[in-house]
Each structure stands twice: as structure tokens, then as C-alpha cells.
Design a protein around this ligand. Sequence first.
Ligand SMILES: Cc1ncc(COP(=O)(O)O)c(C=O)c1O
Length: 432
Amino acid sequence: MSQVDDSAPNDDARTNNHELFQRAQRVLPGGVNSPVRAFGSVGGTPYFVERGEGSRVWDADGREYIDYVQSYGASILGHADPTVVAAIQKAAEDGTTFGAPTRREVELAELVCSWVPGVEMIRMTSSGTEASMSAIRLARGATGRAKVVKFAGCYHGHVDSLLVAGGSGVANQGLVGSAGVTPAAVADTVVVPWNTVPTLDDDTAVLAVEPVAANMGLVAPEPGYLKALRAECDRVGALLFFDEVITGFRLGRGGATAWSGVTPDVWAFGKVLGGGLPVGAFGASREIMANIAPLGPVYQGGTLSGNPLATAAGLAVLAQLDDGRYEELAATARSLGDGLAEAIGGAGVPVQAPVVGPLVGLFFADQPVRNYDDAKEAAGRGLYPAFFHGMLERGIALAPGPYEAIFPSLAHTGADIERTVEAAAAVAGTLV
Ligand SMILES: Cc1ncc(COP(=O)(O)O)c(C=O)c1O
């Protein structure tokens, strides 16, 4: 492994990263194609990835990092897995898109339906955002109701009606979370706190849930919580929507559905399902999916939906995932979470490092974080940017923001975890 060159930090004006970022900012807003990549909440210059392999990425200056971003959970095998690369190459040779159905779409749909208990049909999309947007439209179409209830701190992609956060003092009302989203677009959205069971009414079409919240840092549902949400939906005839874009095919073959034993009515998937290519899918029972065009009146479509490269990559990834591999990944996550907690806590810095199966979280907090307010309070301590940069300088790439989960992959080795934990101890020592 090449050594990280500490004499050339990546915000030095001489570096390729710096030069690329200057050029990028002239032609891409903030220099990026997705906001968190811009390092806005940690400061400094983003590293531009030239290539990745397994647990590692290399940037434009040749610096090597152990990568825990892993495309925010899209890459469960690590980067450039040879089997996946070969499957994509083969698919590309046969044609990249047709606008007609293909065999692999059927095979991937059959696999999803057989792995996730309760899913009988899916429709593929090109992103998780499209999947959750379509799931909400489906739920509204199927129930004939308008209201969507979502949790503060849960992210479902940049869907207008879901881009709302609970604002202080207006706890029960949807607030516009982005310029360009009209009050009318969120008029039927209600935001409620995570890990508290909301009281729904019979105008509610759907309760949208990340079954393991992973976009406010990692915040597990408390014992019995998802079951209580199921019961509350049943009480008023609302649909329960599990956004499994992160948890799907990551917590296990059956995702958070099998993990929790709670079956929702509607699902969204993405990330792992596409094997690192652009994919999403939403699904439900045959009866609910019968509302989707061309079977029913809820319109949904896409030029690249079920794309041949993406289905090839997805199938190649899923073929490698079985209970043994999930156990392996969960063990890696456990040793990372425990190691971080010990290393950072040992330096006298308040830390919580929750672990749920293969997912790891990191909060600078004294007490376990149970909802978005707690997560914001932890982030408000302001320790993350220094921790992030300290780790990056030591060759460990975490997500450049305090509200992201940590994604170890199946390519991360015990030695990777050891090195990460050693770095965390050293960096934590600089924070006190
Ligand atoms: C839970 C969840 N839902 C939906 C999305 C949106 O997916 P995409 O970024 O593929 O549009 C994300 C993305 O991070 C997510 O984490």
C-alpha cells in the first residue's frame, strides 16, 4: 500500500484535487453533482477519486484512503469487484439500453420478490429518489388519500413532498426544506419525531419510514417501535412504507423487513440493488401494484428503468450475498463500531458508535441518540469536522458530514479496521 503523503494536504493550491475543484466550481454548482460531496459542513477541498479497488480509493494526487463512504452504501462488495466488472463489461457488449423489456429485469425482480417477505411485484427506476417518489404516488393512488407522514431526520431522496424537516416550534407541521419547494407541495406532508409513535388520522395515505434511520447518523428503531407503527397504520387504514434504499440487501437478503419481522405495504429499494450503477425499485403486494400503469391508473415510467448494465451489476452483486457473507459484514461492522467507541472514548471524547448489523454510526454524544434532535445536538458540538480531517490525513475516508452512516464493505479486512481504529485514537487525542 502506498503511504499517504502528509506534506501535501489536499487543500494545498498545488494539488490536482485543488485544481480540479477550482475547475469544477466554474461548471458544476459547488463543484459537485450532489451537495454533501462539496465538503460544505467539514470545510476544505474535496478529494477527487481517480479509482477504487476493494476497500480503497485513490485520489487525483495519488493518495490512498480506506473508504467508508462506499457510494453511501451502494457498494457492499467494495469497489470494482471483478465479478461485477465482468458482468457489466459483458452486458455493455450486448447493448446498453433498448427501451424494450430484457431478461435480466425479470431475473432481478424474481430475486427481490423471493428475498423480501411480502414483496410480490416491483417496478424498477434509475434512483432511490424516483423509487420513493413513485412509492408515495402509488400509496396515494391506492388509498385515495393525500396525507404523507414522515419522520424528522429521515431522508427519502429529493422528492418535493418529502424534502421537509421538523422545524423547532412548529413540531407538527411540514416546513419547506428547500427553496423551490412550494408550500402547496408540502401541504399534505406532516413531520413527526422518530422513535415516538405518531397518532395518525384517516386522511393519512402513508407513513414513510427508514426502518433503520441512517440519514441522521445511524439511529435504530427502539424495540417494538416498527411493530407499533404497523399497528397505528392498520388502525386508520394508512399504508406503511419502508424506504429500504439503504437497508435493502444490506441488513440481509430480506433487508429491514426480515430483520424486524414487520411487513410494510410498500417498499423502496436502491443502492446495493444496482451494484454501483443507477438503480432504484419500488414494490408491494400484487394487489397494490395493480394500481401501476399499465395495469392501473397510477402513472410511472422511465427511459432507462431496468437498464441492462444496472440489472447485470445488481444480479452479479446479489449472487454473492448469502447469510454467511452478511454475518461476515456484521462482524466487521461490530469490530469497527466497538473499536471507534473505545478509541475515541478512551481519549476522553464523548462518543456513541451504534451498530445495526452491517451499519455503523458515529456521534459525539454522552448519551445514546434516539432521534433527530439528539443527532443535531451531537453534531452541534462541532467535533466532526476536525475528526473527519484528522482521519482523512491519516488515509481514512469517512463521509464529509456528521449525519451520514459509516459503510464498511465486504472488502474491508481486519487490518483495515485496526488501522482505522488506531487513526481514530490518534485523532481523538487531538480533539480534547
Ligand atoms: C433512505 C434513502 N432513501 C432514498 C434515497 C435517495 O436515493 P438516490 O440518492 O439514489 O436518489 C437515499 C439516498 O441516500 C436514502 O438514503
